[in-house]
Design a protein around this ligand. Structure first.
Ligand SMILES: Cc1cc2nc3c(=O)[nH]c(=O)nc-3n(C[C@H](O)[C@H](O)[C@H](O)COP(=O)(O)OP(=O)(O)OC[C@H]3O[C@@H](n4cnc5c(N)ncnc54)[C@H](O)[C@@H]3O)c2cc1C
Length: 542
């Protein structure tokens, strides 16, 4: 299918001074600040007549992020021919590539089928495009998530943190008994596949990483135990930028839409590439799964719209499969399952579908006008952090560089996350034929009070001010839950009462991942589940 080898470099006005501080928070994680009010433009009308293709498959994987990448590889290695469906595009990178939009000149490549970015401080409107980040507005919470081959691994910072046994059990009590096994081989397998390392000291000592060093200086005095964040980065690419061989991307934290130079071991170039190398996996891009149903013979039917890069419907597919693995991410998988339940496309789905959703406790602060000198440009990805060992609710605080700053302004991004109550629910909205999220502030209020107190400590020790960017519009880039283990799926992601239907992505994790970013736990749980599914279900269920 179509690759994005020649992405549209559609222009947008440059970022003006008054927008800069807002956009500065894009630094790290910033793509996630979601307060720009993305108005989803209606996709262009479909051609008058589109054909529907019927297809028969043994195994279908929906989505190519952490859950999807692991699933595809383990099915392929077990000898199962697998079709992988992905709504987004492939985004090939390499030294000095111009694949992704730059933060100072964002264009339609940034955004999934909307006429503007959902991120704060990003000016301009454009023709909707099958771009990188989808912004979904719920009640009380805006979600930002990846829409590309590789899922969130393209625009994520790559913070690859494993929770302790104790914190893991607090977030995912149902799997507490499996932690020893996860720790013994599943987490290490993910670490090996993604080739994770921490920032070398000599790179941390360079000018662009001054803000990271300032964080490391202040954090212990603010009561945190500091650490270097494991990242899936080939640091020789950062060295290449420091030496002037490549256009700056890492060393300016221009990462919010992806790393142009490459050197990032994202899912498309690790798990998925390995799966495709077996010859048993086909990846179809620009394939949007609209619904999943069960037919009269109790087989799974995946209803797909194949679109072009403007979002225009080209063709419909009705794919009948023995096994379907939902890996469309927490919002994507939850929407498909809530729709299936709301329309009774699959009879007797568990009542827990649409429940136990959470934001991983995310909160993004801008620390401005501190006493120390953070410097500019500020290097990334987010390579240093701190933990509060005595917090009554587990939490982690990390630093991310700002890609843009107005002259004379000192600022850096400081982000907190931790264990919340998975209080979010999704309900079916028949008028929109979609699921809608409701997130009550009580879900993470206690945690946020603790994170705020820790931020106040930074100010007490290091001066300046902490601006809570979520106060304007609450947003997350760590959506988790909606099809939770226990109520909706078993420990191995099997939908309860429905043979051959699986959920192996962040949708099955109830709201948080033990005061760590989620990707490593999503992937480790997928490895753990697939080992059992390969052993027990292949040849029996599909
Ligand atoms: C800006 C940003 C920064 C982040 N930084 C970090 C970080 O540093 N560390 C970390 O651990 N996590 C980070 N995250 C979160 C991390 O990316 C997600 O937790 C992770 O990607 C979720 O994995 P997943 O397999 O559940 O789903 P995803 O990776 O989201 O993959 C889901 C895939 O399914 C596709 N899809 C969705 N719906 C459909 C459909 N209907 N039909 C076909 N395909 C569909 C999507 O396009 C996507 O490719 C970040 C996220 C963002 C957005």
């Amino acid at each position: 299918m179509s690759d994005n080898t020649s992405p549209h470099p559609a222009s947008a006005p440059g970022v003006g001074r008054r927008k800069v501080l807002g956009a500065a928070a894009l630094g790290g994680l910033g793509a996630a600040l979601g307060s720009g009010g993305a108005a989803h433009a209606a996709p262009s009308p479909a051609p008058a007549r589109v054909r529907t293709i019927e297809q028969r498959e043994r195994a279908v994987v929906i989505g190519t992020g952490f859950g999807g990448g692991v699933t595809a590889l383990r099915l392929a290695r077990a000898g199962v021919r697998t079709l992988v469906l992905e709504r987004g595009l492939r985004w090939p990178t390499g030294p000095n590539a111009t694949t992704f939009p730059r933060i100072a000149n964002v264009d339609r490549r940034s955004t999934w089928l909307s006429d503007r970015s959902g991120l704060p401080g990003i000016p301009g409107t454009w023709e909707p495009y099958t771009g990188l980040i989808e912004t979904l507005k719920g009640q009380g919470m805006t979600i930002n998530c990846g829409a590309a081959v590789g899922g969130g691994s393209l625009m994520y910072h790559g913070m690859t943190l494993q929770p302790t046994a104790e914190y893991f059990a607090q977030s995912i009590p149902m799997m507490a008994g499996d932690y020893a096994e996860l720790n013994r081989w599943a987490y290490p397998t993910v670490a090996q596949m993604l080739k994770i390392t921490t920032i070398p000291d000599d790179i941390l000592a360079t000018d662009p990483y001054k803000s990271s060093r300032l964080f490391m200086d202040v954090a212990p005095q603010a009561g945190l135990e500091t650490f270097k964040v494991p990242l899936p980065i080939d640091w020789s690419f950062v060295r290449g930028e420091l030496a002037g061989r490549y256009e700056p991307t890492y060393i300016t934290s221009d990462l919010a839409f992806g790393v142009n130079n490459g050197g990032k071991h994202s899912i498309d170039v690790t798990y998925l590439a390995a799966a495709q190398a077996t010859g048993r996996v086909r990846v179809e891009t620009l394939h949007v799964v609209r619904d999943i149903s069960m037919d009269l013979l109790r087989r799974w039917v995946v209803h797909v719209d194949r679109i072009d890069t403007d979002g225009v419907l080209q063709e419909r597919k009705r794919i009948v499969a023995d096994a379907v693995f939902l890996n469309a991410g927490s919002p994507g998988t939850t929407r498909l399952m809530v729709k299936a339940k709301g329309k009774n496309l699959i009879p007797n789905l568990p009542d827990a579908i649409g429940t136990q959703w959470g934001n991983n406790g995310d909160r993004i602060y801008q620390w401005v006008q501190m006493n120390g000198e953070p410097g500019f440009p500020q290097g990334g990805p987010a390579c240093v952090g701190g933990r509060d060992p005595d917090s009554s609710i587990p939490l982690t605080i990390i630093h991310a560089g700002s890609p843009l700053l107005p002259p004379g302004i000192k600022a850096m991004v400081v982000v907190g996350f931790g264990i919340n109550q998975p209080a979010g629910t999704w309900t079916y909205d028949a008028a929109k034929d979609d699921a809608q999220l409701t997130w009550p502030a009580s879900g993470d209020a206690e945690l946020q009070a603790l994170i705020r107190a820790r931020m106040d400590e930074f100010v007490r020790v290091g001066g300046g001010q902490m601006i809570d960017t979520n106060a304007r519009e609450n947003s997350t880039w760590h959506a988790l839950g909606g099809v939770p283990m226990g109520g909706a799926v078993d420990r191995f992601g099997r939908v309860l009462g429905h043979r051959g239907l699986y959920v192996l992505d962040g949708a099955r994790i109830p709201g948080s991942t033990g005061a760590c970013n989620p990707s490593m736990t999503i992937a480790a749980l997928a490895e753990h589940s697939m080992a059992t599914i390969v052993r027990q279900d292949i040849g029996r269920v599909f």
